[in-house]
Design a protein around this ligand. Structure first.
Ligand SMILES: Nc1nc2c(c(=O)[nH]1)N(C=O)[C@@H](CNc1ccc(C(=O)N[C@@H](CCC(=O)O)C(=O)O)cc1)CN2
Ligand SMILES: Nc1nc2c(ncn2[C@@H]2O[C@H](COP(=O)(O)OP(=O)(O)OP(=O)(O)O)[C@@H](O)[C@H]2O)c(=O)[nH]1
Length: 461
């Protein structure tokens, strides 16, 4: 496919050592040669591909030397987009890099849309849709594990599995076709059903395996939303601080509807915890009133993990018991804090209320027990994991939804095959499954979807 030539700043905005303006498209080299002067005077077009060159950019309208740069020259198709790519490495700094971008745009490039470079890599067939989506996940990954999942997907692990499943479906579609075309051969019919069933059941089992990974994949991607609760003064802020200090927080601001919510990510043994709006909860004084408040209930309900803090030196109160009731169906860990003080709590009573939930004791003031707490968090997260290592995780909400749909249609096909429904009816469900799986890798994706997906990318990616 032939496109126009796009350009964008591909490095973060702000001051830095070096910044990159990237160009891709049929005019990329021509545009660069309008601006670039190497000491030897040779144009980039005459150079061997995949080389880097020192020189200056000149404003062609004024003849003024604008910038000192290094230019990477990469002829397609062995490039990120499969098109001709030019990367101008200039001095980092907001003015410098913007001036380079302006020059490039004046010389005929169009400002790229967010994700457009990656979109071209997709449209030009270098990567499929799930790989392109993984590029974005990679940028957003906050832990090594999340990064490994994204890398695996980018290298095509999910795509390969999906393609294998689709191949199996295609084979059974073909077999059914024979059956439909030659209904007079009974032995074909006899062969078709068991073969079709076996393939369909295998596909369904594989889809189920993928779906089983999805909750973990989602958490790796988005973080385990975590809320710290407990009566006033038990040590909630201290716990938050210990987790943040031990595990360096990444703070991100997410544009909310009424105000910006600040989220803190901490990486606890590979599990990203998203500490959600804890300040709001910490500020409320009366806990009985608080769990009656709709908003707090909602925060609790949406949490993937609750850290429920108790005071070791005091007996449980009615409030504590109420809170046990409020969180009883959720994932929570009981943190019994202040073990440096004399015991006042009835541990057996806590045990009874907490049932099979994990309990750890800490003295945050003496920095004790944090290790055990982290271990408990990691265990909670990883215990359901089916053999880590080279697992194919599904973490993307779009993929999960499509896998659920595919699971339904393939189950319909299996049900129909077992019930002696005519083969051409079964074939409809199998074909539909094949189509739905195709949407994951972008084989059957429409323009609206593509635009929506790529627009979520960073500018210049
Ligand atoms: N300067 C710079 N650094 C970068 C990127 C970039 O675009 N520019 N990348 C951007 O994300 C990433 C690297 N990703 C890339 C992926 C594929 C190809 C590429 O040229 N692939 C070709 C040829 C491979 C080969 O030589 O065998 C291909 O697959 O056909 C280039 C970069 C990270 N670092
Ligand atoms: N002895 C002792 N004191 C602690 C421990 N952890 C926290 N504290 C103290 O307990 C007091 C309350 O701690 P915070 O972390 O502010 O408790 P909180 O639950 O956030 O309190 P509120 O914001 O009022 O709900 C502070 O004076 C802490 O220094 C501990 O392990 N042992």
């Amino acid at each position: 496919m032939e496109f126009d030539t796009i350009a964008a700043i591909s490095t973060p905005s702000g001051e830095g050592a070096i910044a990159i303006v990237r160009l891709s498209g049929p005019e990329a080299i021509g545009i660069a040669d309008k601006l670039f002067r190497a000491p030897g005077g040779r144009p980039l077009a005459s150079q061997p591909t995949h080389t880097i060159h020192y020189g200056h950019l000149e404003d062609p309208t004024t003849g003024e030397v604008a910038e000192e740069v290094m230019v990477s020259f990469m002829k397609g198709p062995k490039t990120f987009t499969r098109e001709d790519v030019i990367e101008i490495n200039c001095h980092g700094g907001i003015v410098s890099v913007n001036r380079v971008l302006q020059l490039v745009l004046q010389a005929g490039a169009r400002l790229a849309e967010p994700g457009e470079f990656t979109k071209r890599a997709f449209l030009n067939g270098r990567i499929d849709l799930s790989q392109a989506e993984a590029v974005m996940d990679l940028i957003r990954a906050k832990t090594d594990r999340a990064m490994d999942v994204a890398l695996g997907q980018m290298e095509g692990r999910l795509s390969k599995l999906i393609s294998t499943l689709r191949q199996a479906l295609l084979e059974s579609i073909a077999q059914m076709e024979v059956n439909i075309d030659y209904p007079e051969y009974d032995d074909v019919e006899e062969m078709t059903r068991p073969m079709m069933l076996e393939k369909a059941e295998w596909v369904r089992a594989e889809i189920e395996k993928l779906l089983q990974t999805s909750s973990q994949g989602k958490i790796l991607r988005e973080g385990l939303s975590t809320v710290i609760v407990g009566r006033p003064n038990v040590g909630k802020s201290s716990l938050l601080n210990s987790l943040v200090h031990e595990n360096k927080a990444i703070v991100t601001e997410i544009a909310g509807t009424t105000r910006d919510i600040i989220e803190e990510y901490v990486n606890v043994r590979g599990v990203p915890l998203r500490l959600v709006d804890t300040a709001g909860i910490r500020e409320t004084e009366d806990i009985v009133e608080r769990i009656g408040v709709e908003r707090s209930r909602k925060v609790l309900k949406e949490a993937d993990l609750i850290l429920y803090v108790l005071n070791y030196s005091e007996a449980l109160t009615a409030e504590d018991e109420l809170l046990f009731e409020a969180v009883k169906d959720m994932n929570y860990i009981v943190v019994i804090n202040k073990t440096d003080l004399p015991q006042g709590i009835d541990l057996e009573q806590v045990q009874q209320l907490a049932g099979s939930k994990r309990m750890v004791t800490t003295s945050l003031i003496e920095e004790e027990g944090i290790d055990q707490l982290e271990e408990a968090i990691a265990a909670l997260f990883f215990e359901g994991e089916i053999e880590a290592g080279d697992m194919t995780y599904v973490s993307n909400a779009r993929h999960i939804s499509l896998l659920h749909q595919a699971h339904k249609t393939i189950s319909d096909a299996i049900g129909a095959a077992e019930m002696d429904v005519p083969v051409d009816m079964i074939q409809i469900d199998v074909t539909r499954t094949w189509e739905i799986l195709g949407e994951i890798i972008g084989d059957t994706a429409d323009d609206g979807l593509l635009n929506q997906l790529f627009s979520q990318f960073c500018l210049g990616k």
